[in-house]
Design a protein around this ligand. Structure first.
Ligand code: DO4
Ligand code: MG
Length: 296
């Protein structure tokens, strides 16, 4: 069971549940956070609340591909994990031209994982909305990642897809530049759905694929599997919770295992697609931030 948010004919945001056979049912809750809250008040899971809500209703007469999907969740905070896959460690060592044991080698092996604040609601976009590339970087890539949707106690209520847009030259110059290499307007996209946790058979066996198109031609494609992750999800969550305040609907990205070759950088007009079959395809055009956007 997946939860989506789509734009209605009146231009309003509407929540819906999508069953595994593709039927779409309208939900009366206005947001995923409202669904979480109602489930908590009734002491049931989001999945059983959705089942109760839709049991006497008829599915919509529409196909998922005909809907304009929106950000499925208003997260106050998106956090991210770093160097959780070998491929990420290799890529970080390359971009920082490290010789000898680097901070990336150390953090890959360390007990404490790398966690960082990635985004806030106002910097995060949903499907089909442009992700921005920075005007002061010449080496930028998408980072396709599985996202854990958490409640305030750190329980996984669902899974989504995240794009941790990253500037490799800024991070490579100095790891202390990490916030600037990771956080700017529209540097994070989330979606296209939230797959309810109980309906994922094995979250450590999810194929993640990424495709990048330029002028309609595919210029990059690669695959990974969450079985390659060095850490367990609960391990990452336990560090996020330590001495911290975590809000309902927080997303924790779990790190990337897909990195384009070193000669690749995103360009204005590219289109990035990230797919995890049980969640969907997160598709975003890439845009250079205009000066007008910067002063808004
Ligand atoms: O160490 C910097 C960030 C790495 C990251 O974002 C990732 O591994 O996905
Ligand atoms: Mg990342």
């Amino acid at each position: 069971m997946r939860i989506i948010c789509f734009q209605s004919c009146e231009g309003l945001e509407q929540m819906a549940a999508v069953t595994d056979s593709g039927e779409i049912y309208l939900l009366q809750q206005k947001s995923f956070l409202e669904l979480m809250k109602e489930a908590e008040n009734k002491n049931v899971t989001c999945l059983s609340l959705v089942h109760q809500t839709i049991k006497d209703s008829l599915p919509m007469e529409v196909k998922l591909e005909d809907l304009t999907l929106r950000l499925p969740l208003r997260s106050d905070e998106v956090w991210a994990s770093g160097v959780t896959y070998l491929r990420s460690r290799e890529a970080r060592n390359l971009e920082s031209k490290s010789t000898g044991e680097s901070c990336y080698d150390k953090v890959y092996e360390a007990e404490r994982p790398e966690l960082f604040m990635k985004s806030t609601f106002h910097r995060t976009v949903g499907p089909e909305t442009p992700v921005y590339i920075r005007t002061d970087s010449n080496w930028q890539i998408p980072e396709p990642e599985l996202g854990l949707v958490l409640n305030r106690n750190g329980d996984i209520v669902g899974y989504t897809i995240g794009n941790d847009m990253s500037s490799r030259d800024i991070e490579g110059e100095n790891p202390l530049y990490l916030p600037q290499a990771k956080i700017w307007k529209h540097s994070c996209s989330i979606g296209p759905s939230i797959r309810l946790a109980e309906t994922v058979e094995d979250p450590y066996n999810l194929v993640i694929s990424c495709r990048i198109y330029r002028n309609g031609t595919k210029v990059f494609e690669d695959y990974a599997n969450t079985s390659q992750l060095k850490r367990k999800y609960n391990e990452l969550i336990s560090y996020l919770l330590r001495d911290n305040v975590v809000f309902d609907g927080t997303v924790l990205l779990t790190g990337t295992c897909i990195v384009p070759n070193e000669d690749f950088t995103l360009a204005d007009g590219d289109v990035v697609e990230i797919e995890i079959p049980c969640i969907g395809v997160l598709r975003n055009p890439v845009q250079i931030q205009s000066r007008m956007n910067l002063v808004k």
